[in-house]
Ligand binder design. Sequence first.
Ligand SMILES: [Zn+2]
Ligand SMILES: [Zn+2]
Length: 341
Amino acid sequence: MRPDDLLRPTEAGLYCPPGDFYIDPVRPVPRALVTHGHADHARPGSEKVLATRQTLAIMALRYGEDFCVERQEAALGETLAINGVDVSFHPAGHVLGSAQIAVSHKGLTIVASGDYKRRPDPTCLPFEPVRCDVFITEATFALPVFRHPETADEVGKLIASLQQFPERAHLVGAYALGKAQRVIRHLRDAGYDRPIYIHGALKKLCDFYQGEGIDLGELRAATVGPKSGEGATKADFAGAVVVGPPSAFADRWARRFPDPVSCFASGWMRVRQRARQRGVELPLIISDHCDWDELTETIDELGPQEVWVTHGREEALVRWCELRQLRARPLHLVGYEDEAE
Ligand SMILES: [Zn+2]
Ligand SMILES: [Zn+2]
């Protein structure tokens, strides 16, 4: 069997003809296998959805319980047959519940890794290398210029700034699923034990993480009183950490805080110009995707016969593979944006 007969790019996403299913389809389909809960990978409206328990729960939180007609839970490491094609889910290390999907048929195995990373993340299971003939990798940061620094050092910059500016609120922009909880958990690991204020858009997901046993410490709503008698006063935010989705920072919401230090946790903060454009005073290079070294080391470690590259800087990674006599191709799938990273 040729790899293309088992999985192929289509307009709706990666399609498996013998199994008659799609992986992370970008439009509603009869049967979807979903790697993780980010909005560009997990979309509502498909008939049947197979994903990990946590990803299904995240989709229900975001889209409502009727995000599909029929859900099926994939237990990590267990093989299921779909129309005679074997599929199994394995941790991807990207966000809570994220999984790579291995598809095997007639002696051929393709692993669609979704989004993944290799460095330690206290909020999800680590990436598990899965032997395969074809490895499908993302390429969000697939340029040699992208080398993410140590996470603890980036969190250390935030802590140092809090000490240096004890009267200023530190507004940390972080994507609502995964990044926000990870930044909070890293702060706790660094010994920061004051209450952390969160924007309302993060509440459901933070509650879900806490319910899954990821201790985020004391979180408070970042609402300013006093009209209802609830919420904090402006003075409470002096020297406080306030975490919110990046979109909220362009908003009136951000102006309620005293002399804020604008921070943004993203792999894109490696690009100084992006930080400047967004008016970010304290860029924190914290990424939920592999950097260049992690991508190339993963391919070396797995040793597949062929690599398919999707969403991001496809050409550079394809070229890197070719220089090593490794067959590689860009998939040119559309509809996946990792701007939110
Ligand atoms: Zn993602
Ligand atoms: Zn992605």
